[in-house]
Design a binder for this molecule. Structure first.
Ligand code: PBG
Length: 336
C-alpha cells in the first residue's frame, strides 16, 4: 500500500466531497434554490404607443410604451414572476425643479400602473416615489440653493405615493432616502384609505457608481450635477446603513431592500438577520451591464453568471431580487 499520501487517516474521515460526488447527492444537499417567485422585474416606460426602444448601456433591456409594457408584463406573469417595478422616462419638457409632474394624477407612471393592473391583475406593481425622473436636475428631491430639502420632499413624495396607490400600485417603494419618509407615507396612505398598499423601503440605498446605465435609461445622466452623497449612504458604512434601516422598520416598512446588490451582500445578510422582514436585493443596472458586456465579449459565460449571482443573493438571506434578468432567468428555469 502506498503510504505517501498527504491525506492521513483522520482527515480521511472528514471528506466533504462525499456529498458532492454525484448529481443526486448535490441535489439532496442543495441549500438554496431559485424559482421565478424570487424575481421582481424592473421595467422602463416611455410615452407613446408601439415603442420598444433599446437602451444602449443595458443590452437586452428596452424602454417600452405602455401598450408594449402590458404585453411584456403578461409574459412575465405567465412565467410566474410575481411583481414588476416601473420607472418612467418622462419627456424633458415636463421636468422641472420641483418635479411637479409627480403630482399629476394621470402622469406616465400612473397611466402605466392602471393599464398593467387592468390587463394583468394578478401581477404586483411596485412604484418608486423618488422625484428624479421628474426633476430637471436629476436629483431625487426638491433642490434649493444646492441643497435637497428633506421635509418638503417628504410632503411631495407622500402626495405622489397616494396618487400612485389611487392608480392601482400595490407596493410603494420610496428610493429617495429622505428622513422620515416611511412613516409619512404610511400615514398618508392610511388616511387616503390605502391600508392594504404596502411599503418596500429602499432601506439601504448606497451612493453608488453602479447606477450609471439606469441614468441613461431614464435620461437623468445629462442633467445630474454633483452626486447624491448628501442623501444616499456611503459605500464605506455598514453600521450606519443598519441604523437607517432600523428607522424604516420602526416607521412601518413591510419589506426591505438593499441596493446595489452583489457588492453589498454583507448588508443583505445583516438586514435580514437584524429585522427578519422580507428582504430584497436590487441587482442594479451597472451589475446587469457588467455581466452582459463581458458575456458579449466572450470573456465570461453570461447565463451562468446570471444564475450564479441570483442564487448568491438567496444564500445571503434575500427573499427575492429586483433584476433586469428576471424574464431571461425565469425562462431558463422554465426550460430546466
Ligand atoms: C433614483 C433611482 C436610482 C435607481 C433607481 N431609482 C439611482 C440613481 O439614479 O441614483 C437605480 C436603478 C439601477 O441602477 O438599476 N431614485
Amino acid at each position: 500500500m502506498d503510504k505517501t499520501h498527504i491525506v492521513d487517516e483522520v482527515t480521511g474521515h472528514r471528506r466533504m466531497r462525499r456529498n458532492r460526488k454525484a448529481d443526486w447527492t448535490r441535489r439532496m444537499v442543495q441549500e438554496n434554490r431559485l424559482t421565478a417567485d424570487d424575481f421582481i422585474w424592473p421595467i422602463f416606460i416611455v410615452p407613446g404607443t408601439g415603442i420598444v426602444d433599446p437602451i444602449k448601456a443595458m443590452p437586452g433591456v428596452n424602454r417600452m410604451s405602455i401598450d408594449k409594457a402590458v404585453e411584456a408584463v403578461k409574459e412575465a406573469a405567465d412565467l410566474g414572476i410575481p411583481a414588476i417595478a416601473t420607472f418612467p422616462d418622462i419627456e424633458m419638457e415636463l421636468r422641472d425643479v420641483t418635479g411637479s409632474q409627480s403630482l399629476v394624477a394621470d402622469n406616465l407612471i400612473n397611466q402605466a400602473t392602471a393599464a398593467i393592473k387592468k390587463a394583468v391583475p394578478n401581477i404586483g406593481v411596485i412604484t418608486d416615489v423618488a422625484l428624479d425622473p421628474f426633476t430637471s436636475h436629476g436629483h431625487d428631491g426638491i433642490l434649493r440653493d444646492g441643497i435637497i430639502i428633506n421635509d418638503e420632499t417628504v410632503d411631495q413624495v407622500v402626495r405622489a405615493a397616494i396618487l400612485q396607490a389611487d392608480a392601482g400600485a400595490d407596493i410603494i417603494a420610496p428610493s429617495e432616502m429622505m428622513d422620515g419618509r416611511i412613516g409619512a407615507i404610511r400615514r398618508g396612505l392610511d388616511a387616503a384609505g390605502h391600508q392594504d398598499v404596502g411599503i418596500m423601503s429602499y432601506a439601504t440605498k448606497f451612493s453608488s457608481g453602479y447606477y450609471g446605465p439606469y441614468r441613461e435609461a431614464i435620461n437623468t445622466s445629462g442633467l445630474l450635477k454633483g452626486d447624491k452623497n448628501s442623501y444616499y449612504v456611503s459605500p464605506a458604512n455598514g453600521t450606519e446603513a443598519l441604523r437607517d434601516a432600523a428607522l424604516d422598520v420602526e416607521e412601518g416598512a413591510d419589506m426591505m431592500m438593499v441596493k446595489p446588490g452583489i457588492a453589498y451582500l454583507d448588508i443583505c445578510w445583516r438586514v435580514k438577520e437584524a429585522f427578519g422582514l422580507p428582504t430584497y436585493a436590487y441587482q442594479v443596472s451597472g451589475e446587469y451591464s457588467q455581466i452582459k458586456a463581458a458575456a458579449m465579449n466572450g470573456w465570461i459565460d453570461g447565463e451562468r453568471i446570471m444564475m450564479e449571482t441570483l442564487l448568491c443573493f438567496k444564500r445571503a438571506g434575500c427573499d427575492g431580487i429586483l433584476t433586469y434578468f428576471a424574464v431571461e432567468a425565469a425562462q431558463k428555469l422554465a426550460k430546466g
